[in-house]
Design a protein around this ligand. Structure first.
Ligand code: NDP
Length: 327
């Protein structure tokens, strides 16, 4: 266990757009935020090539570059950005306790959770290879669909996300082939109807991905197998979209915070960043299974820092709400 316990006014867990935005606001409000980056500094955006839908970047920006800029903006105002993984929390008392890498113990007046969610992938070697190369594998049609305009793509999944993403892609792409592993959808009837009634979406039931095909740099197709007949065939495609769900990174908060059945943190007061524990706030995808965009994550990061600031001001009359965040 730790030799010395560190005391922190505002601890931010996670380094995606939500965490960094919370840090920018918290630092400007004299809350001296300490931000732990986690194992994937920069979060999900570091696996995105070009970001073209974040306002303020008319020519687009790469995901990693944008995250470096956000980090620089946070440190410019004095945020203490650290490497480290929060392995345990204890929100049962007045002081919120957090452990870094199992050892270092921190006592926090406020905690802002920005741990995000991780897209699920199939786990095939070929899928991971082209994902890492940025060569045509994506888990976000809204982020990356634009790069496949007038091209043919394959999408895996049968839930509401898959149906929504297939429909979104159908407006950009020449053809979308949807791979459904069972003989039916999981998606709601209305979403199913939408994809079934879209001319350029072909649905293959009982069909699984065997391999993502490519030329070593980019995706060129997908080898699929019918799990009933065992027949295989190749589908030409330049994009392979995976829409089989997300897992919010909230396991360590179980038992302290109210989570929904998937693990998303539930806001105790809709329209705020508050959780069921006073002084603990949530921003970004850890509480959002609907929008999941960098810009919405950044927006809720701002909300969390402002909520934390007001909470501190209400608790401690010597801590004043800053004016800088309202300029
Ligand atoms: P879901 O968990 O609902 O669906 C995941 C889908 O992926 C399932 O159809 C599942 O198949 C399939 N799948 C899982 N693993 C594999 C695999 N290894 N190979 C092939 N297919 C696989 O996730 P969603 O992200 O779609 O939705 C999450 C929640 O968000 C849901 O409650 C949904 O209703 C909601 N949502 C609502 C929207 C809206 O209302 N507009 C939009 C998007 C999401 P199987 O069915 O065989 O298990």
């Amino acid at each position: 266990m730790s030799d010395t316990i560190e005391h922190v006014k505002c601890l931010i867990i996670g380094s995606g757009p939500a965490g960094y935005t919370a840090a920018i606001y918290a630092a400007r409000a004299n809350m001296h935020p300490v931000l732990y980056q986690g194992t994937q500094p920069g979060g999900q955006l570091t696996t995105t090539n070009d970001v073209e839908n974040f306002p303020g970047y008319p020519d687009g920006v790469t995901g990693p570059e944008m995250m470096i800029q956000l980090q620089n903006q946070a440190t410019r105002f004095g945020s203490d950005v650290r490497d480290g993984w929060i392995t345990k929390v204890d929100f049962s008392g007045d002081v919120h306790k957090v452990w870094v890498n199992e050892t270092k113990e921190i006592h926090c007046e406020t905690v802002i959770i920005s741990t995000g969610a991780s897209a699920k992938y199939l786990g095939l070697d070929s899928e991971q290879k082209y994902l890492k190369l940025g060569g045509g594998v994506s888990a976000c049609a809204v982020c990356d669909g634009f790069f496949y305009r007038n091209q043919e793509v394959v999408l895996v999944g049968a839930g509401d996300s898959a149906a929504e993403e297939a429909h979104y892609l159908s407006k950009l792409c020449k053809k979308v082939t949807m791979l459904v592993r069972r003989d039916e959808f999981r998606a709601s009837q209305i979403m199913q109807a939408r994809v079934k009634n879209t001319e350029n979406i072909e649905i293959l039931f009982n069909t699984e991905t065997e391999e993502v095909l490519g030329d070593g740099q980019v995706v060129t197709g997908v080898r699929v197998v019918n799990n009933q007949t065992k027949e295989k065939h190749d589908i030409p495609a330049t994009g392979f979209f995976v829409a089989i769900g997300h897992k919010p990174n909230t396991d360590i908060f179980k038992g302290f915070l109210d989570l929904d059945e998937t693990g998303y943190i539930i806001n105790s007061e809709p329209g705020t960043s508050k959780t069921n524990i006073e002084g603990v706030f949530v921003s970004g995808d850890a509480a959002d299974h609907v929008y999941r965009q960098a810009i919405t994550a950044a927006g809720t990061g701002c909300m969390a820092a402002l909520d934390a600031e007001r909470y501190l001001a209400a608790k401690d009359s010597s801590f004043e709400v800053s004016t800088s965040n309202y300029n």
